[in-house]
Design a protein around this ligand. Structure first.
Ligand code: NAP
Length: 223
């Protein structure tokens, strides 16, 4: 079968944007490398399509990324488009932020995207391909309690836009998508908000927790 484009998407768990993009593109006849850190989280509606190949990929693990590149190379159809979709949230007043959790957020949302982009760039270069990275409108708006998440999206916006300039002369087209609010499992995947007893924001605990679970904010306020 002759496929139109060969497209790899990170973070294709059920109920997420990645799986929705993968499904829409697979139905158009593109060959999709649908990736997730846990393959069991990829919906059957996607995994059952014949032009979809499942690939395990944790964007924080160099070993997993190297293995995913090998799988795509071995598949032998090349790669035209990389969609950097995987991302995680973190809601916490900045004075109370746990630095290790913040580092994990950046490791996924910033370094994970750069690692994956570097690893797949040689394949993309061969086909003069495209890189699409999902950032957030939150990266250009300052909103209380989600400063780690939004600053990670500011960082990846700048990295993606810089890549756009750096890679254009060598034939790779780069696009940054500033995503607004979409109902997914995003908030359920966030760490629970556990304010320390010393927090200055204990009085706002319920609001902050509701913000983290998407009960307040996201309908009218972008994440
Ligand atoms: N939903 C919104 O309103 C919104 C708004 C602006 C931007 N965005 C951005 O859109 C993207 C998709 O978010 P979503 O709403 O679809 O959230 P989601 O439903 O939580 O999906 C996020 C996906 O990223 C995956 N992921 C997390 N850490 C990973 C890792 N280390 N390696 C590989 N995959 C990993 C998740 O896997 P697991 O299932 O294993 O956790 C899941 O598949 C994110 O970059 C997010 O920041 C979303």
């Amino acid at each position: 079968m002759l496929f139109n484009k060969r497209i790899l998407i990170t973070g294709c768990s059920a109920n997420g944007i990645g799986a929705a993009i993968a499904l829409a593109l697979a139905r158009k006849g593109h060959h999709i490398f649908a990736t997730a850190r846990k393959l069991s989280k990829i919906p059957v509606s996607l995994s059952s399509i014949s032009n979809v190949t499942l690939v395990q990929l944790d964007v924080t693990s160099p070993k997993s990324i190297t293995e995913a590149v090998r799988v795509v190379e071995d598949y032998g159809v090349g790669l035209d488009i990389l969609i950097n979709n995987a991302g995680i949230g973190y809601t916490m007043p900045l004075l109370d932020v746990d630095i290790e959790t913040a580092q994990r957020t950046y490791d996924t949302n910033v370094w994970g995207v750069l690692r994956v982009t570097q690893a797949f760039a040689p394949l993309l270069l061969r086909n003069k391909g495209k890189i699409v990275t999902l950032s957030s409108v939150g990266g250009v708006t300052n909103t209380p309690w989600i400063g780690i998440y939004t600053s990670s999206k500011s960082a990846i916006t700048m990295i993606s836009e810089t890549l756009r300039l750096e890679l254009a002369p060598i034939g790779i087209n780069v696009l940054t998508v500033m995503v607004g609010t979409v109902t997914t499992s995003f908030h359920y995947n966030e760490p629970e908000v556990l304010l320390p007893n010393s927090s200055h924001f204990l009085g706002a605990r319920d609001t902050i927790a509701q913000r983290a679970t998407g009960q307040v904010g996201p309908k009218g306020c972008p994440v």
